[in-house]
Design a protein around this ligand. Structure first.
Ligand code: NAD
Length: 373
């Protein structure tokens, strides 16, 4: 994500610099698809052909475990480019008005939603009604109510709902979680999650509450929330939070610029996190316990992720995150694989519950208690 964050920052500075971008990405990413699966590949359609969809599609284009078989976009020119690039027939190209017809398309198993956050819920409901599995980008929705509706619609339709938590498949992240599970760090004491980038163009949808559902927290702070949960291995039971805003013109009412928040966990560990659109390249996790520590920096960017523990440097090889995520999701959807860290709708709902609690803590100044059943 370092690349994406950087991209979003440079837009207002120099459009000329954009041409440097693909090269930078090529130089830092390794794309190593796995061997053919025990069964057919996942036939996936993309809904929303923006920057992240492009990244995912590029990452999976040589995979034997996935095939891009459908496209949904409101922009005919994008459909034309994608259709030629990925050899998708006209009969599997849709626009936002007619994509319910996907139910009659036997060549599409799942749809990957890569649109602004506030569109995820309705699109998920329509895809579930069409009988297609859904992979939805994070945040899965803009509030708890929507997330619950999405889960129940997919359950009712008998389709799977997965959330694009790519870090759940990342090797160094998983190694730390395995060490924590093995008790290597001893009794956990503290987690720090710092996530942010300096956002550029004031007119982008990420700064529009109606489309984003908030500001930095929905987009980038969610990594600190989610990270605290998988690093500590529990869900928080209390939350406190404080907001600061240096630019109320750019960050309008309901669009958070910077929020610091703290979370308490049943095992006694405490997390202290920062979510911000007002500082560059902030991407760091730290987990400490009585017997050791783990550190990741960058922790959630597109990689390579770097990290160490009290036992030394983490050396697991980098694989393009989107490739790893999608190849694993193909197994989850087609062959019911249980992932090491969950990526289902209920996992996404937990983060929505926490985000709502953070917003409530900011508004009231109160410590918000959470119960999980
Ligand atoms: P983007 O702006 O580049 O693309 C959004 C796409 O949605 C565009 O193709 C746009 O045309 C389309 N769209 C449809 N209706 C729209 C509307 N009403 N307003 C604006 N755009 C509309 O955004 P993106 O960076 O690709 O983000 C898309 C989703 O992916 C978001 O939910 C974001 O949080 C998520 N994302 C996840 C990661 C990750 O690492 N998992 C990284 C980036 C983005």
């Amino acid at each position: 994500m370092q690349n994406r964050r950087h991209f979003l920052q440079i837009i207002p500075i120099s459009l000329g610099m954009m041409s440097l971008w693909p090269k930078l990405i090529e130089n830092t990413e390794s794309n190593t698809p796995r061997s053919a699966p025990d069964g057919p590949p996942l036939r996936v359609a993309f809904l929303g052909l923006g920057s992240y969809a492009n990244r995912v599609a590029e990452a999976i284009k040589d995979s034997q475990r996935l095939k891009i078989t459908g496209l949904i976009s409101g922009t005919p020119a994008k459909l034309e480019t994608w259709k030629n690039k990925y050899q998708v027939p006209d009969s599997s190209c849709y626009h936002y008005g007619n994509f319910d017809d996907i139910k009659n398309n036997p060549n599409i198993d799942a749809v990957y939603i890569c649109t602004p956050n506030a569109l995820h819920k309705d699109q998920t409901l329509r895809l579930a009604a069409a009988g297609k599995h859904v992979i939805c980008e994070k945040p899965m929705a803009i509030n708890v109510k929507e997330a619950k509706e999405m889960i129940s619609a997919c359950e009712k339709a008998g389709v799977k709902l997965l959330v694009g938590y790519r870090m759940h498949f990342e090797a160094k992240t998983q190694e730390i979680v395995k060490m924590r599970m093995a008790g290597d760090f001893g009794k956990l004491v503290f987690f720090q999650g710092l996530c942010g980038f300096k956002i550029g163009d004031p007119n982008q949808w990420r700064l529009n509450k109606d489309l984003a559902g908030g500001g930095a927290m929905m987009d980038i702070g969610i990594y600190a929330i989610n990270g605290a949960r998988y690093m500590i291995g529990e869900d928080p039971i209390w939350i406190t939070a404080q907001e600061t805003k240096t630019d109320p013109v750019k960050f309008k009412e309901g669009v958070d610029e910077t929020i610091q928040f703290q979370m308490g966990f049943p095992n006694g560990a405490v997390a202290s996190c920062l979510s911000t659109y007002n500082t560059s390249f902030l991407d760091r996790f730290l987990l400490t316990g009585h017997n050791g520590f783990a550190e990741l920096q960058p922790a959630t960017g597109y990689g390579p992720i770097k990290g160490k523990t009290n036992k030394g440097e983490l050396t697991q090889p980098h694989v393009t995150h989107q490739l790893m995520q999608m190849e694993e999701m193909a197994e989850i959807i087609l062959r019911n694989k249980i992932p090491f860290l969950p990526v289902d709708g209920k996992e996404g709902l937990k983060d929505m519950i926490i985000i709502e609690a953070i917003f409530k803590a900011v508004q009231t100044g109160n410590k918000i208690k959470l119960t999980w059943d």
